[in-house]
Design a protein. Structure first.
Length: 568
């Protein structure tokens, strides 16, 4: 909290659904134009109303009450809303867009008969089945046909007495059994009361600055679609005649993703933009000041940022060998590389080499774990000096540990290990001896592609990217590899091996960095699984140490690293 700002305390209040809808209908509660579009799936809409009727919590709504004029949507839930009233504070919805759009679009829609006129309008036609249902399943449903059914209560009739009476007048004309009509009406009245009487938690930020709104938003538990700081800054910079800041950052992310590298972290791209625009604190800047100059400095810096980020991504992909953006050890590395390439468009060969070394050293250490504004400010200064040829990149070698203790993709060291292993063993064979593209597999598969060989051992040496036939475990596939014909071929003399060549089993094992002696112990059973992991760990550590030596990074003793302390 900055000393020149008054302390702001979120003010939680309770409101009924009708209060919320009324505020939207009067233009007093607005959805900022920078919010992402309505993206909820139809079943999510049904689940919301089912939770409301059961009295389950649906999460708080965060409202920023301010005198600042923020461009906002003129339609919510597909329905037009009036402009904000002049001379009054407006509450802008920062969290809860999907929930509020569902409530307003369904409950405030005019009651109509027949199917929806527009193709997507059917999602707003939600009905409640009034028939007895002891299991309570599928009570709410989308009624695509719009055909009248006495047992289906349109939620569009719940909030307005006139529409409620109109609907049940039609029910009475259709259903001749008065007891059945009375039963439907009683159930409908109970449903209506439960929805009308549902209490929402509204968290208001009364008179808060943009800085305070961002900080409170970041600390609150959020549901629905997450909003990043750049989208919130876009609230004060949005103009109909030009794309928003958030949209243009999305364009940069998409352009890199289209190369096959995958999606870069949006927040890192935003921080790169801040740094290139001259912001000194890219971790927690004064958001109101950022908004003040965003129309000039940030928007002017966007093309340069796009170019620098694309160059940084290309360096990571081809210069370093990161197989996919999601394996980038630290997002701060992308920020600093973008700043470097912005300042130095045509690096020398030596600068490329030093950047590669810097990448691996910072990936193998806790250089950016829990990084603060001061850490990033110092790193930015170092990178800019290096780009200008005024200094060298000299990352701290004190806690360099290339081999993580356990395989955890939330760990920077593990993500760096995946990149190294992809570089070290690029040509791999499956259990049948057929080659496969490991980079392509990493791009199209999820974390389950890293399969354990033996159970209950978390070390990286126990993980393989090893395609097998259906219903075949990695352990079974390895044990099923055919031993070479002739006794002791693996241990034969060099002359014999040159004559007969390597067996297919040897080629498969070599392609995955599996020593033959480790495979043999695995096939022996007993505690062979433990010995397999021990032997492969020792083999991989030797290869890692040699790789680090080629980068002029000294690594002494046994390679170990804590996978739990190096996440951002």
């Amino acid at each position: 909290m900055h000393t020149d700002q008054a302390e702001i305390r979120p003010d939680p209040t309770i409101a009924l659904v009708d209060d919320l809808l009324g505020g939207i209908g009067r233009g007093e509660i607005r959805v900022p134009a920078f919010q992402r579009p309505f993206v909820w799936r139809p079943n999510q809409m049904l689940e919301l109303f089912d939770s409301i009727e059961r009295g389950y919590p649906i999460g708080s709504l965060l409202l920023w009450q301010t005198d600042v004029q923020v461009p906002s949507l003129d339609r919510i839930g597909g329905l037009e809303v009036p402009p904000p009233p002049a001379g009054r504070q407006i509450s802008y919805l920062l969290d809860g867009h999907q929930r509020v759009s569902t409530l307003f679009g369904v409950l405030n829609r005019p009651l109509r008969d027949g199917p929806a006129e527009e193709e997507r309008d059917w999602i707003w036609q939600i009905h409640r089945d009034l028939r007895p249902d002891p299991l309570g399943s599928d009570r709410f449903r989308h009624h695509r046909s719009g055909k009248f059914a006495p047992h289906l209560l349109p939620l569009a009739a719940v909030m307005r007495t006139r529409d409620f009476l109109r609907h049940f007048h039609r029910v009475e004309l259709t259903v001749k059994d008065t007891r059945q009509v009375d039963s439907l009406i009683r159930e409908a009245e109970a449903v209506s009361q439960r929805i009308k009487g549902y209490k929402l938690t509204l968290v208001r930020l009364q008179g808060a600055s943009l800085d305070q709104a961002v900080n409170v938003y970041a600390r609150l538990n959020r549901t629905g679609t997450r909003m990043d700081p750049d989208q919130m800054v876009s609230a004060l910079t949005y103009r109909k005649e030009q794309p928003s800041l958030a949209t243009r950052i999305d364009d940069i992310v998409t352009a890199v993703a289209d190369t096959g590298f995958g999606e870069l972290p949006r927040l890192a791209v935003f921080r790169a933009l801040l740094a290139i625009a001259g912001e000194t604190d890219i971790m927690s800047p004064r958001w109101s000041l950022v908004a003040d100059y965003v129309q000039n400095r940030l928007h002017d810096a966007l093309p340069q940022t796009g170019q620098a980020v694309r160059q940084a991504a290309e360096f990571l992909r081809t210069g370093v060998g990161v197989p996919q953006a999601r394996f980038l050890p630290y997002s701060h590395q992308l920020v600093l590389l973008a700043v470097f390439f912005h300042a130095c468009r045509q690096p020398s060969g030596r600068q490329y080499d030093r950047l590669r070394r810097w990448f691996w050293v910072t990936s193998w250490s806790s250089a950016f774990a829990g990084a603060t504004s001061t850490t990033l400010r110092r790193a930015l200064d170092e990178v800019r000096s290096f780009a200008a040829g005024e200094a060298d990149l000299a990352p701290d070698l004190g806690d360099v540990q290339p081999m993580p203790e356990s395989f955890n993709l939330n760990s920077a060291r593990t993500r760096a290990y995946v990149t190294w292993e992809t570089l070290e063993f690029p040509q791999r064979l499956d259990m049948l001896g057929q080659p496969f593209d490991v980079v392509k597999m990493l791009a199209t598969a999820d974390t389950q592609v890293f399969r354990q060989v033996v159970p209950k051992d978390a070390r990286p040496a126990n993980r393989l990217i090893f395609p097998t036939t259906p219903n075949t475990s990695v352990l079974a596939a390895l044990k099923g590899l055919t031993p070479p014909s002739g006794p002791g071929l693996f241990d034969g003399s060099p002359e014999l091996r040159r004559l007969v060549g390597r067996s297919m089993t040897e080629q498969i094992l070599d392609s995955h960095g599996i020593p033959v002696k480790a495979w043999r112990r695995l096939c022996d059973g007993g505690n062979g699984g433990q010995i397999f992991v021990d032997d492969r760990t020792e083999f991989l550590e030797q290869r890692l140490r040699a790789f680090a030596a080629r980068l002029d990074v000294p690594v002494g003793g046994r390679l170990e690293g804590d996978a739990s302390d190096d996440s951002e």
